[in-house]
Structures are given as structure tokens and as C-alpha cells.
Design a protein around this ligand. Sequence first.
Ligand code: SAM
Length: 307
Amino acid sequence: MVCDKVGRPIRDIRVSLTHRCNLKCIYCHGEGERHPVGELGVSEIERVVAVAAGEGVRRVKLTGGEPLLRRDVFEVVGRLSSIPGIEEVSMTTNATLLADMAGELKEAGLKRVNVSLDSLVPERYKEITGFDKLDSVLRGIDEAVRVGLSPVKINMVLLKDLNDDEFWDLARFSREKGVILQVIELVDLGDNSIFQRYHAGVEPLESELQRQAERIVTRSMHKRKKYFLPGGAEVEIVKPVHNSDFCSNCTRIRLTSDGKLKPCLMRNDNLVDVAEPLRKGSDPKTLRELFLKAVELREPYYRAEDE
Ligand code: SAM
């Protein structure tokens, strides 16, 4: 198992399959990718993940853009799931296309899925995403549960004066569907006006959850808190902003859609290009060196001494 210079083990790789998306969420950070050109092919992604697995990475999260827009997404899931050492391939998706794909994704080896859903109110959903696709998303969630992707999690980005009054509705909805609600603090990745306008602190919500929860668990990943509420709802809080605990417990590295190893969501000045070496047919030893270089470049974005 490889660790970075502050001793964090690298257990997860977040792989962006494409920068293309069929929604236009007002706040989207696009996984921190800036103007990517081209997309890695399935074999190229497989070669990078195999090297990562050799260094102790155990989980793959597919993301984007919208990963379900990739025509070869079933093949990607199948090939990555078969890599020795990889224990779990999961995906984050807007679920607009999931209803027709969930069964085949499960058969290909997908273990679980996170579905982005910020509002249950059709007009608000459209205001946030730019599209009138709430019904397809809801069908996608039902189908994901039906085919046994587990757990299904709903990702709700908390947005001031836009959906922050909908938390309890989404918590109830999640309980009824038997899925987990994950509340995500809005991250600022450049478009400061969006952050200024919509950023909502999660602290008031956490205080209320602490008061109501029957049980609270702290996950090792990012020291995320998970609240078990009376009646069965499960709520996880993802609080990355100015949170040194989040960074010091981050075990994740990223692969951009155009083939760059990305040590941190928040930075683009320390990327390690693997696209060119992949195209030149570099051997696993060279790819391993590049992977270790990216690990070496990892450093916590928020540090306790700066807080
Ligand atoms: N299209 C896929 C989806 O909707 O899940 C994958 C890509 S999307 C960038 C992955 C996750 O990042 C989504 O759950 C989304 O809500 C979250 N996200 C996007 N921009 C964000 C931001 N500025 N702050 C916090 N979370 C964000």
C-alpha cells in the first residue's frame, strides 16, 4: 500500500469517463477538470487502474461529466471490476439515463451508485439542472434499488435559498426508498459568484441531526459523519470546505477524462499526464512511476495550522 508524504494511504481512484454532460447544473465543478481535450479509451483507463491497484488502490468511483453518456460504460465497469485487487466499482450519476441501464451495469459488476438529486420539486430541479428530467431520475433510482445496486445514495448539494428548505423532504423520500441521503457542502471551484450566492454552511443541519440521531458513526473516509435517524433514515454529511479533517483523511486520487492523474479536486497545478505515455504504449513500470509521482504531489488542501 502506497502512502503520500503526509502518510495518507491511497485507497480510492475517482475516474472521470467524460467531461460531456446532459445537464447543466449551475454549481457544477466538473470534478475540477479544465478544458479537457479527448477521452481515454477503455484499455487506457484499465491500464492506469491496474497500476493503481498494484499500489493498494481498492475502490474505483466512475464520474464525469455524466458517465452514462459513455457508449462503452458497461465495458469500462466490467474491465475495471475484473482487475485483481479492485474490490468495488461504483458510480456517481445524474441518473437521467439510469432506468434503462441499471440492470446491465449491475451485471457488468457495478456495486453501488450515487445519484445527484438536489430537489424533488420539478421547477426547482429544472432551475438547478437546466432540464426537465426529474421523472427520469426518479425512475432511475427505483430501478437501481430494484436491480440490487447497494447502497444507493442520493447526493444533495446544499444550496442557500434554493433547496436548503428541502432537506427533510429528501430525508423522508430517501427513507421511503430505502436509500441513503448524502448532503454535500457546495465547493468553490472558480466561479466565486455561485459560491457567494448559494453556499450554505452545513453546521446548523448537523446540530439538528446530532440532536435527533439515534446513532452517529464517523467514517474513516474524510471523517464523514453518518446520522441514523428515528424511523430509519440514514444521512451522511460531506463537509469539505475549510475542513482539515476532511483533507487529512482523504485517501483518493483522480484520473481526468483526458488522462491526467489529479492529486486533489481543488488544484490544477500539479497534474501528471499519463495520456501521452499511454498512447506511446508505455509499460506498466513507467505508468507506475507516474502514479507514484502523482501520489508524491498529494498534499492536504486545507491544513489544521491554517484554520
Ligand atoms: N454527472 C454525474 C453526477 O451528477 O453525479 C457525475 C459528475 S458530478 C460533478 C459528481 C458529484 O459532484 C455530484 O453529486 C454533484 O452534485 C457534485 N458536485 C458538483 N459540483 C459541486 C460543487 N461545486 N460542490 C459540491 N459538490 C458538487
